[in-house]
Each structure stands twice: as C-alpha cells, then as structure tokens.
Design a protein around this ligand. Structure first.
Ligand SMILES: NC(=O)c1ccc[n+]([C@@H]2O[C@H](COP(=O)([O-])OP(=O)(O)OC[C@H]3O[C@@H](n4cnc5c(N)ncnc54)[C@H](O)[C@@H]3O)[C@@H](O)[C@H]2O)c1
Length: 409
C-alpha cells in the first residue's frame, strides 16, 4: 500500500486503524489492522495497480460470514472491479496441487488477466493456496490478503510465503511446493474474527507466543510480559487488545522479513527463526491418530491443527532450550502463558519417538541432511542451531507426550 493509500483510508476507516509497513524496497506494502477494512480492498487494489485491473478473483474461505463477503464485494463494485468468487474448503488435505489446478482453471475460464487482482479472504490455508495460485498464474498476478483468522492476521498473510502440501504414501508433507510472492497490501479486519470458533482463535495465539519468544531481537522485548498482563482481554477478544496484539505481532514479522525476505540468512536475524516450534510441530500436525490434550486434561477431537502443533512445538523447544542452558524460570513463564491461553499441553496417540524424529529429519528446513532447530537461549531470544544432541531432541519430544510411547511406530 502506498502512503497515499494510507491517507485515503484514514478519513473513512476507523480511527483505531493501525498500520505496519513491510519494508522490501519496490515490493514494500502496508498491513492495516482495524475495523471495517474489508470494504477498502478494491480501493487498495486501485491505489496500487491503477486503472488497469478489470476483475477481482476473490478466493474466499467457506467459514467467512455472508455480511463480511458483502462488505468486500460492495467495496470492489464501488471501484468498478467485477468480482469472480471462488469458495475454498480450508483443510490441510485441500491445501494441495489439485486445488491450485482447479483455481487456475477457474481463473482461465473467467478470463482473469495478468493486470487483474486476486483477493484472498480467509485463514492461512486460503492465503497460502490463493497466494501460490497468484504467484503462478500467468507467471504472477497481484494479490491482496484479507486474513480472517488470528493466525493469518499475525503471521500467514505477511511476508509472501505461499505454498501447498504434498501427500506421499498417506503422509502429509507440509508446504513442500510454493513460491515467495509478496502481496500488494494486507487488510486485517477485526470484525471477521467475531465468527471464529474458540479453538481456531486460540490456535492463532500460539504464533503470537512464538513471536514473543523472538521479540527481543526485533524491537519489542516486552511482548511476552504484555501478553501475560493482557491475557484476559485477549481471550475475551477485546477489540483494543486484539488490535494491539495483532499490530505488535505484525511489526515483529515485518522486521524479520525485511531483514531476510527469502530465508537465506543464518543466525539471529534470519527468517528461519520464525520456524521456532515448527519442526516439532510439523512432525505431529494432522498426524492420523494424534490428538491435542489441553491443560485441563481434556482431549481435543480430530487431528492436531497447525497452531496447536506450534504450541506443542514451543513447549518442546522450551525443554530443548533448558537442556542447552536456558533459564528454567523463563521456560516456565512461557509454559504458564501457553496454559493461560488454553493451548495444548501434550499430545495423545503419538507414534514412537523414532518415528517422530524421522519425520522431523524429513523437514524441508534440513540443510544437506542436517536438521536445524530453533532454540530459545534467553528471554525473547532464539538461535538457529545445527548441533543439537539427539538425546536432547528425544527428551523434548518425550516432554509433550501425554502417555507412554508405543513400543512400535
Ligand atoms: N505463509 C505463511 O507464512 C504461513 C505462516 C503460518 C501458517 N501458515 C499456514 O496457515 C495455515 C493455518 O492457518 P489458520 O490457522 O488460519 O487455519 P485455516 O486456514 O485452516 O482456518 C481455520 C478454520 O477457520 C475457518 N475460518 C477462517 N476464517 C473464518 C472466519 N472469519 N470465521 C469463521 N471461520 C473461519 C476455516 O474455514 C477453517 O475451518 C497452515 O496451513 C499453515 O501452514 C502459513
């Protein structure tokens, strides 16, 4: 979003709207966080792309409420953009290449041109799928992200990573095919969160805790403490607390991405740090038979969702950190926050530790076959490490198991 766009939003959008710039030279854009923003997607596209686009190809999540869809399409019509809508069922098993094929078929039939625009309205799955379709269709067309889950607002919609899973021999391999494709702007409309169920809302909080565990190196060392004090307001979805939470998280992600857009750097400033908790998490996410167990001991039904897997991954990362010298008091304060946010404390139905280690080693973040893990080393600070002892990795896995390991995978 150009500065002109921010100015043109200002008089009409809510005065509480916060904006964060993602600084990437000519690919820079702004993330706006606030109420009643969906109606500005068309205006944003016009500001960034001028008079050329004739059509907006809207990829919308099934869960997005009708009034929210109408706000978006009314805004598109007001700037003379014809809307073609395509609804997606957001599951990890639909985040696949056949879905990309059907999106591209639909865009071709609707005669979407290179100068047109894709608008993604949904959670991280819709954002990743629509983003990859936009990156590939006619070798790349512009996209606006309108995230509608907490997780996609604080994380998935920002930074330009897009992609889909591969399913090989019944095993889900997360985000194996994709592209970097920055949006031209992001509109995080808080009103869309009203229809989100508690489980999906909470899953987004896991990525916020992840950011807080990295925040000292990215200009917001107080984020973890603030989340602890604002915990009740966040859990009750107080609009002011949510706006603050999302804007601060986006600012951290924006700083990480600005320093290492394509995840090429090593060390404390690299984008790889955002994988904190993810190598453990991806190994148990959507794993048949595995279920999250909440701090009160109740089991969540069905497979473990992305944010829930990240929460378990963060707990495992704390244990890993402790075995490498992390202060126990800090590790426990992270665990307490995850508990207060009602995020899974352990997982039931996990396969053997060997099987989980093998899935982790398969992670696409491995370099030359060497597993790289993100290890918390101090409050708000993490490091990328390729030398973590296997015994420490195994202990970290054991720490999130809610029942004895099965004797066989
Ligand atoms: N690209 C990135 O940088 C990045 C970063 C983090 C996560 N991700 C990806 O994001 C995905 C997880 O995203 P998610 O947690 O948003 O899950 P999701 O996209 O699966 O959405 C979760 C559920 O919420 C529903 N939903 C969405 N918006 C709604 C609304 N406003 N009201 C009611 N229901 C709604 C969906 O239908 C779905 O059932 C994973 O695939 C993960 O790999 C990508």
């Amino acid at each position: 979003m150009s500065d002109a766009t921010i100015d043109s939003l200002a008089p009409t959008a809510s005065p509480q709207t916060r904006t964060v710039r993602v600084d990437l030279g000519e690919r820079s854009y702004v993330v706006a966080v606030g109420s009643e923003l969906l109606e500005f997607a068309g205006m944003l596209a016009r500001e960034r792309l001028g008079a050329k686009p004739r059509r907006a190809f809207v990829v919308v999540d099934k869960g997005v409420a009708a009034p929210d869809r109408h706000r978006l399409t009314a805004g598109l019509a007001s700037v003379s953009l014809e809307t073609i809508s395509h609804e997606l069922h957001a599951t990890e098993h639909h985040k696949t290449l056949p879905t990309i094929q059907s999106l591209c078929d639909r865009m071709t039939k609707a005669r979407i041109e290179r100068s047109d625009v894709v608008i993604a309205v949904g959670g991280g799955i819709v954002g990743d799928v629509a983003g990859f379709a936009a990156a590939s269709y006619r070798r790349g067309i512009a996209i606006v992200h309108c995230p509608t889950t907490l997780l996609s607002m604080v994380d998935a919609s920002v930074g330009g990573k897009t992609g889909v899973n591969l399913e090989l021999g019944g095993t889900l391999k997360k985000n194996m095919v994709g592209a970097f494709h920055q949006p031209i702007g992001v509109l995080a409309d808080l009103g869309t969160l009203a229809t989100l169920d508690h489980r999906t809302f909470r899953a987004g909080l896991a990525e916020c805790v992840k950011h807080a565990m990295l925040s000292a190196d990215f200009g917001d060392a107080e984020l973890l403490r603030w989340m602890q004090t604002a915990g009740n307001a966040i859990a009750s979805r107080d609009p002011g607390a949510l706006c603050e939470l999302i804007a601060r998280n986006v600012a951290i992600k924006a700083r990480v991405v600005a320093g290492d857009e394509r995840e090429e750097a090593e060390g404390i400033s690299g984008r790889a740090l955002l994988n904190l908790g993810h190598t453990f998490g991806h190994a148990i996410e959507a794993l048949p038979g595995a279920r999250g167990v909440l701090p009160d001991g109740s089991e969540l039904p069905g497979e473990i969702h992305h944010g829930e897997a990240v929460a378990l991954g963060l707990r495992a990362a704390c244990t890993l950190g402790e075995s490498l010298g992390l202060d126990r008091g800090y590790a426990n304060s992270v665990r307490d926050l995850l508990d207060r946010l009602s995020l899974s404390r352990s997982a039931a139905g996990l396969p053997s530790t060997d099987a989980i280690v093998a899935r982790m080693a398969d992670d696409k973040k491995s370099v030359s076959g060497v597993l790289r893990l993100i290890v918390p080393v101090a409050p708000g600070q993490c490091q990328v490490r390729a030398d973590v002892p296997a015994t420490a990795v195994r202990a970290a896995i054991e720490s999130i198991r809610s029942e004895p390991a099965p004797s066989r995978a």
